[in-house]
Write a protein that binds this ligand. Structure first.
Ligand SMILES: [Zn+2]
Length: 243
């Protein structure tokens, strides 16, 4: 091989390698395209925005009574929300997870067995997230991209695993404390007294014992609509973040 031919061959090889690298980067970008741009691997509890938008979120379901009741109220007011499913509940009640998706709500991932992930190994955290992802996909044919750790406890391993799996970690900025069985009025007052543009409101569509959440929605949803608020899903909220 002459000097020129050998240099040409080397250049060709380098080009092919470059092309492969570009293709790999492009396909990775396509795979993560369902995650809002710039939101990967960060923890979101609210967004800065000038728009009058809020995201209503429900944790711990689906549950046959409460989830169905909440879905009925949301439908009545034409409001969409985000349901952070517990995997084992979605596996037990796939028809409710399917209903959530069919009615335009977003479905997030809240671990499989509602476990505090902070002390868990990265492998165990990964299994909790992926088993839930499978349960939700089997039920509603959608892939979860938002992760909310139980009780908001994430830890370093949890953050790393969520990022590796392409998830955005979502906490909240308004806590209704509906799980304490407080009255519908008290739940609604927490929302109406504290809500601001870009907030993420935390409610539960499953608590053990009596729930006043659906009743509280009937108080604060019409009030917020009247004040000009628009309810969006968490992914929509993140996508509207001011630059
Ligand atoms: Zn929870």
């Amino acid at each position: 091989m002459t000097g020129t031919a050998s240099a040409l061959w080397k250049n060709c090889f380098a080009m092919r390698r470059l092309k492969n690298t570009v293709a790999m980067i492009l396909s990775a970008a396509i795979l993560t395209s369902s995650v809002p741009a710039g939101a990967e691997g960060r923890i979101v509890s609210k967004i800065e925005t000038d728009e009058r938008i809020v995201a209503l979120t429900f944790d711990d379901g689906p549950h046959p009574r409460t989830t169905a009741e909440i879905l009925d109220v949301l439908k009545e007011y034409g409001v969409r929300a985000t349901f952070f499913n517990v995997g084992e509940n979605a596996a037990k009640r796939p028809e409710l997870t399917a209903r959530e998706a069919a009615e335009g709500h977003e479905i997030g991932n809240h671990t499989f067995s509602h476990i505090n992930i902070k002390p868990l190994s990265p492998e165990k955290v990964k299994k909790q997230i992926l088993d839930t992802e499978t349960a939700v996909t089997d039920a509603a044919n959608v892939k979860t991209t938002l992760f909310r750790p139980p009780e908001g406890r994430i830890g370093e391993a949890g953050e790393r695993v969520a990022e590796e799996l392409g998830y955005t970690v979502v906490l909240w900025s308004v806590d209704t404390r509906d799980w304490t069985h407080r009255s519908a009025y008290a739940i609604a007052k927490t929302v109406t007294d504290n809500v601001k543009d870009g907030d993420v409101i935390l409610c539960h569509d499953f608590i053990s014992g009596e729930s006043h959440t659906a009743e509280a929605l009937r108080i604060f949803i019409p009030k917020l609509l009247e004040e000009g608020y628009e309810f969006v899903t968490v992914s929509e909220l993140i996508s509207k973040k001011a630059p």
